[in-house]
Design a protein around this ligand. Structure first.
Ligand code: PGA
Length: 239
């Protein structure tokens, strides 16, 4: 898979790379492939991983958390030391302060070398939802209705897979902590992963030659080293 090869290339080139990674359905295949590359000898021991986002207010062990997702989908397959796995603390008493802590960690790493991102149906990048203005730094974000609908359905599947009972929609997190656009736009390289027919229209809007914070993915047109990897269904209708 080209996405995993691209990430592997960054790690080979810079064994202490700082890499930002997404969650969701799209990157699962890439994570499995990175596990296979690790078994074939690729060393991640010097790499630092920053997750793009995390829900506010879950228990540490919740299968809904992105920490749980990363442990299951990626970290059990590769050798990134625990101390080099960065993610917002969903249980933080003060999520805004947690965002400041996260920004300091990104700064201490010297910024992001490679940012791998997915796009939401509404064009969000990480949880930077459509808005009149985008944030540079990490912040607490109220999730859009459409994002909540999609993520609630995904969350129910995750709970079932973990053998946990379903939760009512009213108990699903409505806010997340997310990296802002700053570390993504200043990353040396951005890799956008887009799969499935539901992403064909978002993909088209991402690339259509206009830039608007009302469709955050469109801002990536201004990045100097941005690669989009799409499957055929997502690419249908795009140039
Ligand atoms: P998905 O999520 O990979 O599950 O479609 C992408 C996103 O919402 O950023």
């Amino acid at each position: 898979m080209r996405a995993a090869e691209l990430v592997a290339g960054s790690v080979r080139e810079n064994p202490s790379a700082a890499i930002a990674l997404p969650t969701g359905e799209t990157p699962k295949g890439m994570y499995a492939e990175l596990g296979a590359l690790h078994r074939a000898g690729l060393d991640f021991s010097g790499v630092t991983i920053f997750n793009l986002d995390e829900y506010v207010g879950l228990e540490a062990s919740s299968p809904l958390s992105y920490a749980y997702f990363m442990a299951r989908e990626l970290y059990r397959g590769i050798n990134v030391p625990e101390s080099s796995r960065r993610i917002f603390d969903s249980t933080a008493a003060d999520p805004e302060e947690e965002c400041r802590r996260y920004d300091r960690a990104v700064e201490e790493a010297g910024g992001i070398d490679l940012a791998v991102v997915g796009i939401g149906r509404n064009g969000h990048i990480a949880f930077n939802e459509p808005a009149d203005a985008l944030h540079v730094g990490s912040h607490v974000q109220a999730l859009d209705r459409q994002t909540l609908e999609v993520n609630f359905e995904v969350g129910l599947k995750q709970l079932a897979e973990a053998g946990r009972p379903p939760i009512p929609r009213s108990k699903f997190p409505t806010h997340a902590m997310t990296m802002g656009f700053g570390p993504i736009m200043t990353a040396d390289r951005v890799l956008v992963l887009v799969t499935g027919s539901a992403k064909a229209e978002p993909m088209r809007r991402m690339l259509d030659g206009t830039v608007t914070t009302r469709f955050p993915a469109s801002v990536l047109q201004l990045h100097r080293n941005c690669t989009v990897l799409a499957d055929e269904r997502a690419a249908a209708g795009s140039r």
